[in-house]
Design a binder for this molecule. Sequence first.
Ligand SMILES: *Cc1c(COP(=O)(O)O)cnc(C)c1O
Length: 345
Amino acid sequence: MENEIIDLRSDTLTLPTPAMKNAMNNAVLGDDVYREDPTVNKLEEKVAAMFGMEASLFCPTGTMTNQLAIKVHTKPGDEVICDQLSHIYLYEGGGIAMNAFSSVRPLAGDYGKLNAALVKDAVNNPDDIHQPITKLVVLENTTNKGGGSIYNFDEIKKIKKICTDYGLILHLDGARLFNALTETSETPKDYGEVFDSISICLSKGLGCPVGSVLIGSSEFIKQARRSRKAMGGGWRQAGGLAAAGIYALDNHFPLLKEDHLRAKKVGNLLLANTDIIRLYPVETNIVIGELPEDIDAVTFVVIMKEKNILCSPFGKNLVRFVTHLDFTNSHLEILESRLKDLKIK
Ligand SMILES: *Cc1c(COP(=O)(O)O)cnc(C)c1O
């Protein structure tokens, strides 16, 4: 207990549970490039049906599913509208430029969320040859840099209306969509109706070791599958990983609400016991805390680490804590005892 590390750096850090490993061990396998892995096929059919969409593609990462979507939806020189805090813009290694040769219009939204008015104002005039052709709008739900913030679905529908009016494609980076679904009344099918394509991650809150799924029309997925192959992402007996995904959707999705409760408690403990002066609203499993001007995030992270508490610097005066499947109520108790009197000032 004394030395146990409380690791709240990310929800990607989870290890597969014994039951998940069992499902992985028992998976029936085949060569997925030949489309002969029955477990990959089963996952892809399950996810497509869940969202009421035609097809899906199992990939190793959410970066790959987002990048494939952007590449298939755009031509070189086209413009992608997204929030300035979005993962596709900040954290995918410049992939939009590298893979799709697209221009990006990052907008200043609210905790990483766009709204219809912002999107409308950013659409270029297609007849003005000075301007890139606006082609794609990408939303992120929940937002990572916005502290796990959830879109209001009515706003998404208003953004969809702008896209329809201007002939734009709408993609969702739903790395943490299941966290949003946990807190709202919408279903995956509601999202499937509004978006042209959706990326979901199985390796975040759902606790898989690897895996993301890209969802869309059959024609779109066919093109994404070709681009994935060209990127070197055609994989073979991937069914063990797909089995983890199926297991996680069936068994771990319902547990996310507990992560969210624990995140609220972590937020309260941080406010009460540390130098953090303000929290972003804690809506799901991400807690972003703001430090005073004279305490930088890296210093704070080092002090936490001395107490065997791991968190991430998330900007000059911002730190991020993320709850996940491997952070239990007993870890919360350990955290509480270690946080006593941890103020620097
Ligand atoms: C984690 C994440 C992704 C995908 O990341 P990978 O590490 O490539 O799987 C995409 N979008 C958001 C918002 C994320 O948090």
